[in-house]
Design a binder for this molecule. Structure first.
Ligand code: NDP
Length: 268
């Protein structure tokens, strides 16, 4: 199936690692122009060089930008407009999860987590909305988690924030439908990525069990978590769902979610 992304322009936040990087690569393979951002300039430079080598004829724009900094987003959006004009899709992906229970989450950690999950979507959407308006079949896709519907006590702040984001996506979908802009999200289970690699490195340095290799550790976690498909997802798997929702192939879908959790959802 042709997703209709060739020569379309897509912005991806958090494009240097894990799900964001897999999404950027799939978009480039589809012939889209891609602008992406992240905070670490060294990684951005390395990833840009890797992508330009792998996709030599592609249009890539990489910018250092923190999605929680409005000024940086305005500069990023201006650079995108100068290079590509309007954009067809915005993929709000940047971020990460926070492991903490109610008892050990400080006030500062609550504020930081709620800030990241809400404003990590609100600020990029504000910055790129003018470039989405008036473009062909515009779409916003947000990376969310199954925690929005199935909270976990060991990720209390992330779960609560994710539920709020799911609610926000519905309101945005209703409001932006008038402008023809679709807004959807994906609900993830556990996807192997940079943040899991970091958690593995920490477990290994603390000599926790099953840390002889990253793969063995992930397999053990998948078993513990009772994932029906019995494994972590690969970053390309949610990336494919993101491409579908970002593309004109999903032109009659808004205010909706795709579950990419390997069967972890308990609801019907
Ligand atoms: P990674 O750590 O592999 O990638 C995160 C990316 O986001 C990096 O490019 C990082 O670069 C960037 N980033 C993080 N914070 C910011 C910021 N404030 N501004 C701009 N860029 C930022 O993680 P994942 O691929 O796992 O995560 C992607 C999304 O998926 C996140 O929103 C995460 O919460 C969500 N998710 C992931 C799950 C999983 O199991 N992997 C489960 C549920 C949700 P840099 O650090 O340089 O800024």
């Amino acid at each position: 199936m042709d997703l209709g992304l060739k020569n379309k322009t897509v912005v991806v936040t958090g494009g240097t690692s894990g799900i964001g990087l897999a999404t950027v690569e799939l978009l480039l393979a589809e012939g889209a122009n891609v602008a992406f951002c992240a905070r670490n300039q060294t990684t951005l430079t390395e990833i840009s060089a890797y992508l330009e080598n792998k996709f030599p004829t592609s249009n890539i724009l990489a910018r250092c930008c923190d999605v929680l900094e409005k000024d940086q987003l305005d500069i990023f959006a201006k650079a995108v407009e100068e290079r590509f004009g309007n954009i067809n899709a915005l993929i709000n992906n940047a971020g990460g999860g926070r492991v903490s229970t109610f008892s050990n989450t400080t006030d500062e950690a609550w504020v930081a987590e709620l800030n990241l999950k809400f404003f990590g979507v609100i600020y990029p959407t504000q910055a790129f909305l003018p470039l989405l308006e008036g473009s062909d079949n515009p779409s916003i896709v947000c990376v969310n988690s199954l925690l929005a519907l199935q909270p976990e006590p060991h990720m209390v702040a992330t779960s609560a924030a994710r539920a709020g984001l799911l609610n926000l996506v519905h309101s945005m979908a209703k409001e932006f439908a008038r402008k023809g802009i679709r807004v959807n999200s994906i609900l993830l289970g556990t996807i192997e990525s940079g943040q899991w690699q970091k958690r593995y490195d920490k477990a290994k340095s603390s000599n926790e069990p099953h840390t002889e290799s990253y793969e063995a550790w992930l397999n053990q976690l998948a078993k513990q978590k009772n994932i029906p498909l019995a494994r972590f997802g690969h970053p390309e798997e949610p990336a494919k769902a993101l491409l579908y929702l970002a593309s004109p192939a999903s032109s009659y879908t808004t205010g909706s979610t795709i579950d990419v959790s390997g069967g972890m959802a308990k609801h019907i």
